[in-house]
Design a protein around this ligand. Structure first.
Ligand code: PEP
Ligand code: MN
Length: 340
């Protein structure tokens, strides 16, 4: 259940309330908005909920108690109606400005990464992406440069000022990846790796959780809840396409997910039209559609020579195509009251 406090509630009131909830053995999550503080109380048994709600409603500083019937609670819209803004080194994800994440699928070399980072920065990107640990369907494909790739990302950040996002695949690598990355990425193949999600929930580092390629929106929300339930609320969701019967595109970008997530959750959502289509020629149009649908930003893959890319070359934009994409989304952003 969530407990919505009156605007006049003080810190002492919040402490009194959390003491009551703790004494009941409930998990507590606090959301302090500009106007309202909301306390999430997780774990009450069904048969005790009505009496507990009555007891709490009687407190002078409690405005109302709302039962949550959904299987996800802390990431649900009701917990933070005003929406979450994730802040990383001066970049906001979920605010009025769109966030553009761009960079190569995979870090391949110092020049490949730095040239790309400089170009995307110059053309308006806010976050640099690049994989150092790459999940691959085939055990024989390239699996990334590992820690050396992370080092190159950190160097590119130092030079360009762009915060970096990179995938972590294994909870055992988490400390190492946190040593370099500003935002962790959980890839589609790991959306249901619950031990990884729990470990990320324990660390205080923003994380972008990609939707599983065969997961429903509700399953995705529950994966996010795994992270939030451990106290890490700095979560960004990413729609990256799901598998359907269509084979012309690598995946089917689910545009429905964007307004649906906005309805269901307070978390920001990024669109990934690169993995969503698998074809560079479709990336710009799908990016524009996602921005029009209310996405908080986009993530795209950019490579100096996509034909030579070690991974995902077919969906990676050449530099000039990235510049064109940025020109293309500007009027759409303006039409939905977002700046770039
Ligand atoms: C990626 O971002 O390069 C990636 C591997 O994404 P996904 O997990 O969505 O396939
Ligand atoms: Mn990729």
């Amino acid at each position: 259940m969530i407990i919505i406090l009156r605007p006049a509630a003080t810190d002492a009131h919040i402490e009194e309330l959390t003491d009551i909830l703790r004494a009941r053995g409930l998990g507590i999550h606090l959301s302090r908005g500009v106007e309202t503080t909301i306390v999430g109380a997780i774990g009450a048994l069904d048969e005790e909920k009505a009496a507990l709600a009555e007891q709490l409603t009687a407190l002078s500083y409690v405005e109302r108690v709302v039962p949550i019937s959904k299987p996800y609670k802390v990431v649900g819209r009701a917990f933070r109606p005003e929406g979450t803004v994730v802040r990383v080194r001066g970049v906001e994800i979920g605010g009025s400005r769109l966030c553009v994440m761009a960079g190569p699928c995979t870090v391949e070399s110092p020049t490949q990464l730095l040239d790309t980072a400089r170009f995307v920065k110059e053309h308006g990107a806010h976050v640099l992406r690049g994989g150092a640990f790459k999940p691959s369907t085939s055990p024989y494909s390239f699996h990334g440069m590992g820690e050396e790739g992370l080092r190159l990302l950190a160097e590119a950040r130092d030079e360009t000022g762009l915060p970096v996002i990179t995938e972590v695949m294994d909870a055992r690598d988490l400390d190492m990846v946190c040593g370099y990355a500003d935002i962790l990425q959980v890839g589609t193949r790991n959306m249901t790796n619950f031990s990884l999600l729990r470990a990320i929930g324990e660390c205080r580092r923003p994380v972008m959780l990609k939707r599983g390629w065969a997961s429903t929106i509700e399953e995705w929300m529950q994966a996010a809840e795994y992270i939030a339930s451990r106290g890490n609320y700095e979560i960004i969701l990413c729609e990256r396409g799901i598998r359907t019967f269509e084979s012309y595109t690598r995946n089917t970008f689910d545009i429905n997910a964007i307004p649906a997530v906005k309805e269901l959750s307070h978390l920001p959502i990024i669109a990934d039209p690169a993995h969503g289509t698998g074809r560079w020629s479709l990336v710009g149009a799908v990016a524009r559609g996602a921005v029009a649908a209310g996405a908080d930003g986009i993530m795209v893959e950019v490579h100096p020579a996509p034909e030579k890319a070690l991974k995902d070359g077919g969906q990676s934009l050449k530099f000039e195509s990235f510049a064109e994409l940025m020109r293309g989304i500007a009027p759409i952003a303006a039409a939905v009251d977002r700046s770039l």
